[in-house]
Design a protein around this ligand. Structure first.
Ligand code: C2O
Ligand code: CU
Ligand code: CU
Length: 494
């Protein structure tokens, strides 16, 4: 066992290939040598027209929204387009905006020509409104969602959830943000307007097939891993920033890729929130892991950056020994967003309060009880939880039961050389520990989470309590290929 920078690497060794801080577990060396650390922005003939300016999606109030899912054309840049599937004509779809306590009334119109249903990821809603795969509607049908926005301010999102079709439909462009605000957050006077950036990250190919779903054999195991970074649907995005503090709400809406976010000058992020809203207190982090489905809410201060400086938000390289052999594996270095410091903006910023939010710690109802969920992927293209696949013929099958109001200790065990970002509907949970692999939990995984990244050989323990709605809520891997191929279970809450 090797320890470096507070991280312990075990057995086959999960390797952090950060510059000057390379620690190797047994077998890690060969894998490290195979690591492709080349920044994607400098390669390939399929993305030659340079960078495209990051666009903010349009906004819609949840109080009276209609989302029409239909085929259309995505704009990859000023000059390039690609056939795609879109919500209201754009990818991402419009940002749905709510305040805590609002009544959401959202109509989904399915003009895709195939079944779909929409799920509000991270939003606590009654089962009927949760977009469970068994609520899938036919081509041409509509579904009316109505729910009270009960949870805290935060960065949530929406996407299709029809079984066997989720991966294809998100990959074709169907996803958007759902932003909740409340008084607690207002009081912090966080950067807003042009200084509040929504950033939906995806990896795609760089050409007109960017929004196609075309999973190869390798993709069936690893998920669709591609090499060109997209932000809010545009290819290799760039953004001008003034001399001020910015808020970035970053969502990983990729098919399968985990990112290890960092700024290229080593400047730390001030992390203020994650999946379930504000952290109890801000934490500084020079790198942040972000698995599929996870969100992170960070402040970055550009006041001391000289005008004309170019910075980049990167995904730092890492390697996963024994991972699937695919063209663009997990861990390739990527330049996700280019930032250029422009003139203006310098001003004094209000200090960030020491306490951002109050997050009560959960305590298990029965401290001795633990439930373990084993996530296993095999080369025969099967992705299972506890040996079972989600059953298309019986989508209401109950796999696990938990009483409403009971707090349980759950362990997610990854018994495969592939990352599994584990997601739970219907509640948020608290991350308690991680053993194996990275051997640590990060301060930015505090607060409330709905998705947690479980890297190969890791076991992540969480405390779970459903305290709002009874019903049938999915627990699944958010690698979209894994989810579609069955790595999904039903938890009956009642
Ligand atoms: Cu983001 Cu079950 O989903
Ligand atoms: Cu969800
Ligand atoms: Cu998985």
């Amino acid at each position: 066992m090797v320890e470096r920078d507070g991280r312990r690497l075990t057995r086959r060794g999960f390797v952090h290939a950060s510059a000057g801080a390379v620690a190797l577990g047994g077998g890690g060396l060969a894998a490290l040598a195979a690591c492709d650390g080349r920044p994607t922005g400098t390669s390939g003939s399929d993305d030659v027209d340079g960078r495209a300016t990051l666009r903010a999606p349009s906004s819609l109030s949840v109080a009276a929204a209609t989302l029409t899912a239909a085929p259309g054309t995505a704009r990859l840049s000023d000059s390039a387009t690609a056939p795609a599937w879109l919500f209201n004509g754009t990818s991402p779809g419009p940002t749905l905006r709510a305040r805590r306590g609002d009544r959401a009334r959202i109509r989904l119109v399915n003009a895709l020509g195939e079944p779909t249903i929409v799920h509000w990821h991270g939003v606590i809603v009654p089962e009927i409104a949760d977009g469970h795969p068994r609520r899938t509607i036919d081509a041409g049908a509509t579904f009316d969602y109505e729910f009270e926005v009960v949870q805290r301010a935060g960065t949530y999102w929406y996407h299709p959830h029809a079984h066997h079709r989720t991966g294809a439909q998100i990959q074709r462009g169907l996803a958007g943000f759902l932003i909740v605000r409340d008084e607690e957050e207002d009081a912090l006077r966080l950067p807003g307007g042009e200084r509040e950036i929504l950033l939906l990250l995806q990896d795609r190919s760089g050409d007109a097939s960017a929004f196609d779903y075309a999973a190869t054999e390798g993709d069936h195991l690893a998920g669709m891993l591609r090499h060109v970074p997209y932000g809010n649907g545009v290819r290799r995005p760039r953004l001008d920033v003034a001399g001020a503090r910015y808020r970035f709400r970053v969502l990983n809406a990729s098919h399968a890729r985990s990112y290890r976010l960092g700024l290229d000058d080593g400047r730390p992020f001030t992390v203020i929130g994650n999946d379930g809203g504000l952290l109890p207190a801000a934490v500084e982090a020079s790198e942040v892991w972000l698995g599929v489905g996870e969100r992170v809410d960070v402040l970055v201060d550009f006041r001391d950056v000289p005008v004309g400086t170019r910075l980049a938000l990167q995904s730092l390289p890492f390697t996963i020994p024994s991972g699937p052999t695919v063209a663009h594996p997990q861990g390739i270095a990527m330049e996700l967003l280019e930032l250029t410091r422009v003139a203006g903006g310098t001003m004094s910023e209000p200090p960030l309060p020491a306490v951002l939010s109050t997050v009560p710690r959960l305590a298990p109802t029965d401290p001795a009880a633990v439930r373990t969920f084993t996530f296993r992927s095999s080369a025969h293209d099967r992705h299972l939880i506890d040996g079972r696949a989600f059953d298309m013929a019986d989508m209401g099958r109950v796999d696990y039961r938990i009483a409403l109001g009971r707090t349980e200790r759950w362990r997610f065990l990854n018994d495969s050389p592939i990352p599994h970002p584990v997601h739970l509907h219907g509640t948020h949970f608290q991350v308690v520990s991680r053993t194996g692999g990275r051997e640590t939990i990060y301060a930015y995984e505090g607060g409330w989470k709905d998705t947690v990244l479980v890297m190969p050989l890791e076991t992540v323990e969480v405390l779970v309590r459903f305290d709002r709605y009874a019903g049938l809520f999915p627990l699944h891997c958010h690698n979209l290929q894994h989810e579609d191929m069955g790595m999904m279970s039903n938890v009956e809450v009642g």
